[in-house]
Design a protein around this ligand. Structure first.
Ligand code: SAH
Length: 510
């Protein structure tokens, strides 16, 4: 039997980009993924589709599994010879009970490794513009659990030593006892005007920061209904936020954006969303798969010298065309003499990876615009090969035929609905944790509606900004009853994001 192992991996505080390279590597080879409530969904999606995902977190109603049950689960799965990733929020050994899980594995004689993570104790303040140490202000930092009721006599925390013993105090799990914590610090000599910040949902789109002093923060927090998960930062460093605040100022800060395009194409959009300070949630509504019948494309590939034009309308078309070309024992040398048209910059870029220059890219990235540009270029009788999706619209081949061209519309790939975790998206929408949904083609809209299969879709989408890449997609969305709020003027990913930012589709919640 293969030897099992458990990787105790720190998932970081919430921003999925804050996983370590090693942690991500472990997730990618997990056979079993054991995770808690705060685990970023993007990281769960990084595990192989075949990996078993086991949720062991607390539900609002209570524990899903006790710590002993989790320990037993890890021991049992590793004992079976499986590669288990135990994904824990922040760092596994900072108030994460990772030590207990490791001890259970050690006692069972099973191998484990610890992959430290970025702890919320440091990262949440950092994203709020608060360095936990600073040469001029403090040279000591204490990280403390706020879970213990400071009022109880047998407390393990020496408040008398702690209150003034460290410059910066960071409390985790402390919101329920904020009142008692601040009181203890005041009783034991910390000045009442000491600055305090509460950072909730740190590093996530929902991040919120509340500042005050030891004297008033408990009251302010209670009034604002500020609750866990939050860190409490006490100390002079909090003042630096005024100058160093950065994350909450980004254009898509506060925005969780649903990306509905195929997984192969989602990463560019997801990265751009993150650069703007938002969080991308991938929900692929399209899977790109091989065409059912390659006879027309293979025949055309066998007769390439007979064509004058090769027109690509998508990155997928490029990828599948070249796959077939290579399978036929050919390569780019067989494209000599052919003129190439790409529908947009991304398709052109995909072609450039094969060292191919493009003869024509229309100014506007729609089938209709290709025609007006090609009018003077295509001569009557020219043969055109159009490798694209099997159900693509007929408007392009018909218009080309209208110009006198002889068009072979050959299926290069096919798209089928699905590929994402519908239940999770339904939950995120119901909890109002998605602020924007992006649609980058009519099929993403159609599939989204079909996959969700939700009779009360308008209700589920209330307050959500529906953003479409262009008029065709927007029309489909409207026809299906979706409230389109943003329609890009430039039909590219950049144009779409620009339109979302301009429309302030998300904005900061106070
Ligand atoms: N091992 C984790 C801490 C687990 S205890 C770590 O290293 O970060 C859970 C507590 O961590 C929460 O009650 C909260 O105080 C804090 N926490 C976790 N994620 C947080 C986040 N994104 N923002 C603010 N606090 C967070």
């Amino acid at each position: 039997m293969p030897e099992g192992i458990v990787y105790l991996v720190g998932a970081g505080p919430g921003d999925p980009g804050l996983i370590t390279v090693k942690g991500l590597h472990c997730i990618k080879r997990a056979e079993v993924l054991v995770y808690d409530r705060l685990a970023p969904s993007r990281l769960l999606a990084a595990a192989p589709p075949s990996a078993e995902r086991i949720y062991v977190g607390k539900s609002p109603a209570g524990h899903a599994m006790t710590q002993e049950e989790i320990n037993r689960l890890l021991v049992e799965r590793a004992g079976r010879g499986q590669v288990v990733v135990r994904l824990k929020g922040g760092d596994p050994f900072v108030f994460g009970r990772g030590g207990e899980e490791a001890a259970a594995l050690a006692a069972a004689g099973l191998p484990f490794e610890v992959v430290p993570g970025v702890t919320s104790a440091v990262a949440a303040p950092a994203y709020a513009g608060i360095p936990v140490t600073h040469r001029d202000l403090t040279s000591t930092l204490a990280i403390i659990t706020g879970n213990e009721n400071p009022a109880k006599p047998e407390s393990n925390i020496h408040w008398d030593k702690l209150a003034t013993g460290a410059g910066t105090l960071v409390f985790l799990m402390g919101m329920a006892h904020l009142e008692q914590i601040t009181r203890q610090l005041l009783i034991h000599g910390r000045p009442a005007d000491t600055p305090v910040a509460l950072v909730r949902w740190g590093t996530r789109p929902e991040q919120q920061t509340l500042t005050g002093t030891l004297a008033d923060i408990a009251h302010t927090a209670a009034e604002a209904g500020f609750a866990n998960p939050a860190v409490i930062v006490v100390g002079e460093v909090v003042k630096l936020r005024e100058q160093l605040q950065w994350f909450e100022r980004k254009p898509l800060s506060g925005c969780r954006v649903l990306v509905t395009r195929a997984r192969e194409q989602a990463s560019g959009l997801a990265r751009a969303i993150e650069e703007l300070g938002g969080e991308a949630v991938e929900y692929p509504t399209i899977q790109v798969v091989a065409a059912e019948d390659y006879t027309p494309l293979d025949t055309a590939i066998g007769r390439l010298p007979e064509y004058q034009w090769l027109i690509f309308t998508s990155v997928n078309g490029v990828a599948f065309f070249f796959r077939r070309l290579l399978l036929a024992g050919r390569d780019i040398r067989d494209l000599k003499g052919l003129k190439i048209c790409a529908i947009g910059p991304k398709t052109r870029q995909a072609l450039s990876r094969y060292c191919l220059r493009v003869d024509y890219v229309p100014d506007e990235y729609r089938a209709e615009s290709i025609i007006s540009g090609l009018k003077d270029k295509i001569r009557p009788g020219d043969r055109v090969l159009l490798p694209r999706a099997d159900i693509a619209r007929k408007i392009l081949p018909e218009a080309l035929t209208g110009l006198g061209a002889r068009v072979d519309d050959a299926a290069a790939y096919r798209t089928v609905p699905g590929g994402g975790n519908t239940e999770e998206i339904r939950r995120l929408l119901a909890e109002k944790r998605i602020q924007v949904i992006t649609f980058t083609s009519s099929s993403t809209v159609r599939n989204f509606v079909t996959l969700l299969n939700e009779p009360r879709l308008p209700e589920l989408l209330a307050g959500v900004t529906v953003a479409c890449i262009g008029p065709v997609t927007a029309r489909t969305a409207r026809e299906l009853g979706l409230p389109v709020a943003v329609e890009a003027k430039e039909y590219t990913i950049e144009g779409l994001l620009k339109a979302i930012v301009e429309a302030r589709g998300c904005g900061r919640r106070a």
